[in-house]
Every structure is written in structure tokens, then in C-alpha cells.
Design a binder for this molecule. Structure first.
Ligand code: F6P
Length: 306
């Protein structure tokens, strides 16, 4: 997110347009927590995780009165255009501000879940996958040395993008995601067959939104198999922190500059997106469609290569 904030700021400043930052996302918009953004404000930020402007979950944005206050604060501060950065909650707020209050908004897609519709990729996903991979490789060392099964839970509330990519990249034996039916019996059979065939460690990656109830539930069933030692690990918010990958820094810089350029070219009510390698603008409403599922062929490849 910092690379995007930096790109929006510096692109606009380079064109002689003043930039104001909003602290704590929509919460700060409603309480007018504004900060002048000069070029130095964003110095040395692009390699840092999190966001220098801070973020928040904001229930007031679900209320018409909250959105009206946000729009009034922008007007009072003489702000003529808004760049929002975030996932589907942020898009919902941006669309409401644009439709109801005529706030000129351009959105930048950013969520580790990577499931925002209308774009092939969101900021944060690549970094989250790489963090998950680093952790799973380490878990594999214990799994292999002790002859254990590790069930690793990764982020992904509604879709398993992180789970599928991390599983494929780590050579996990199985992956469970919300988009696919959970086949417990098949898993138990496979585990026994793998063990009988001489496998001495297994990694099973589970997306947090998976229907059976996460790694602890699945572990209960696996522990019933005699002679197999099972451990669980929930990676949680470590996937949302740390230095972003090169891909994410470049993506965020590109998206941020494009959002700034779009606003200054008079565009609004749109989201920056990447489709088949091409940068484009799509209506904000596209970002509110059904969340984008993970790649089916990658999902199937995990078990083919196990
Ligand atoms: O939307 C991204 C996401 O990382 C989900 O995968 C996860 O369930 C959620 O955010 C965690 O949210 P919070 O930080 O509010 O607990």
C-alpha cells in the first residue's frame, strides 16, 4: 500500500497538484484526519509493509450519514478527487461516495486475498504468497525430519488464491479452499496411501474460509489415523506484514500512478485494473461483483503433482 500511496502522491505533485493524505481510511475521512503530503512524507516508504497512513474497519461507512459527513469534510478541505486503496469493503464505500455524494473517486485494488473482481491481481497478494511460502518451507523441515503431517492455515476468507499458489509453490500434498467441496474421506484415504507408499512428510494447505472449519477440525480427523503425527499452524496476520516483494512494489507503483493520472484526466467512478497484462480502468461497480475464484487448473495441479 505504501508504494501505491507514494506513487499517487509523487505523480500528482509532479503535475503541480497538491495532495492530502487521509489517516485511518474511511474512519479518518469521516473525522477529517487530513495530512499534507509532500514528497518527503512518502520517502523510504515503498519498501515498508502496512500503510504509513494507517487503516481501519469503519462501520460508519455503512450509514448514509457517515458517507455524507465524509463528503462534506472533503469539500470543506477543498479536495477535488479521492483515491481509495483496498479490497471489496473499500470499493463499496468508494462507489457509494461516487453515486450518492458525487465524490470523484478512483480506486486502487489492494487485498492479500486477490479475489477482487475486475482485475487479475491485487496489491499485497504476491507478498502474502511469498511470506506463506517462506513459512511453509520451514514447516516442511520439521515435517520431514519428524515424519509428520502439517496442516497450515493461510488467509483467504472467500477464495483460496493464497492457498492454491502457496501449495503449488511449496509442493504441498493437498490444498483445501472455499471454492471446492471438501472431500474428507478422499483425504484420509490418500494420506494412508501416501504413508504406505513411503512418504515421510505431508503438507496440507487450508484456506481460512474453507467450509469444514479450518486446520483444527481437519486435524481431529487425521489424528484418528494410527501411526501418524499431526501438527497445525495458522499463519494469520504475518501474511499481511513485512517488506513487499518486487512484484508488489512495481504493481502498486503502476496502479498508484495510473489512479493519479486518471483523476487528473477527469476520470472518476472507476477502478484501476490489470487484465491480460494491460492496465485499464473499469467501473467501480465491477469491483462489487462476485469475488473472483482462484485458478481451477492450478488447484488441480497441486494434487496431480503430490
Ligand atoms: O480481507 C483480507 C483479509 O486478510 C482476510 O483474508 C482475513 O480474513 C481478514 O482480512 C482479516 O481481517 P482483520 O485484520 O480485520 O482480522
Amino acid at each position: 500500500m505504501n508504494a501505491a500511496i507514494r506513487a499517487v502522491t509523487r505523480s500528482a505533485l509532479a503535475r503541480g497538484v497538491a495532495v492530502t493524505g487521509v489517516r485511518r481510511g474511511y474512519a479518518g475521512l469521516i473525522s477529517a484526519e487530513f495530512v499534507d503530503m509532500n514528497s518527503r512524507f512518502v520517502s523510504n516508504s515503498l519498501q515498508r509493509g502496512g500503510t504509513i497512513l494507517m487503516s481501519s474497519r469503519c462501520p460508519e461507512m455503512y450509514e448514509r450519514s457517515g458517507r455524507a459527513r465524509a463528503a462534506a469534510n472533503l469539500k470543506a478541505a477543498g479536495i477535488g478527487g479521492l483515491v481509495t486503496i483496498g479490497g471489496n469493503g473499500s470499493v463499496r464505500g468508494a462507489l457509494a461516495l461516487w453515486k450518492e455524494e458525487k465524490v470523484r473517486v478512483v480506486h486502487v485494488p489492494s487485498t492479500v486475498d486477490n479475489d477482487l473482481p475486475g482485475t487479475d491481481v491485487t496489491i499485497g497478494f504476491d507478498s502474502a504468497v511469498n511470506t506463506a511460502i517462506g513459512a511453509i518451507d520451514k514447516l516442511r523441515d520439521t515435517a520431514a525430519s519428524h515424519g509428520r503431517i502439517f496442516l497450515v492455515e493461510v488467509m483467504g476468507r472467500e477464495n483460496g488464491h493464497i492457498a492454491v499458489d502457496a501449495a503449488l509453490a511449496c509442493g504441498a500434498e493437498a490444498v483445501f479452499i472455499p471454492e471446492a467441496k471438501f472431500e474428507l474421506k478422499a483425504l484420509l484415504k490418500k494420506v494412508q496411501a501416501w504413508w504406505a507408499a513411503g512418504k515421510s512428510s505431508l503438507i496440507v494447505v487450508v484456506a481460512e474460509g474453507e467450509e469444514v472449519g479450518g486446520v483444527f477440525e481437519i486435524a481431529k480427523h487425521l489424528k484418528a489415523i494410527r501411526g501418524i503425527d499431526v501438527r497445525t499452524c495458522v499463519l494469520g496476520h504475518i501474511q499481511r506484514g513485512g517488506a513487499p516483494t518486487a512484484n508488489d512494489r512495481i504493481l502498486a507503483s503502476t496502479y498508484g500512478a495510473a489512479a493519479s493520472d486518471a483523476l487528473l484526466a477527469g476520470k472518476a467512478g472507476v477502478m484501476v485494473s490489470l487484465h491480460a497484462g494491460r492496465l485499464r480502468l473499469v467501473p467501480l461497480s465491477v469491483g462489487l461483483r462476485k469475488p473472483r475464484p482462484s485458478d481451477k487448473s492450478r488447484f488441480r495441479l497441486v494434487s496431480r503433482l503430490a
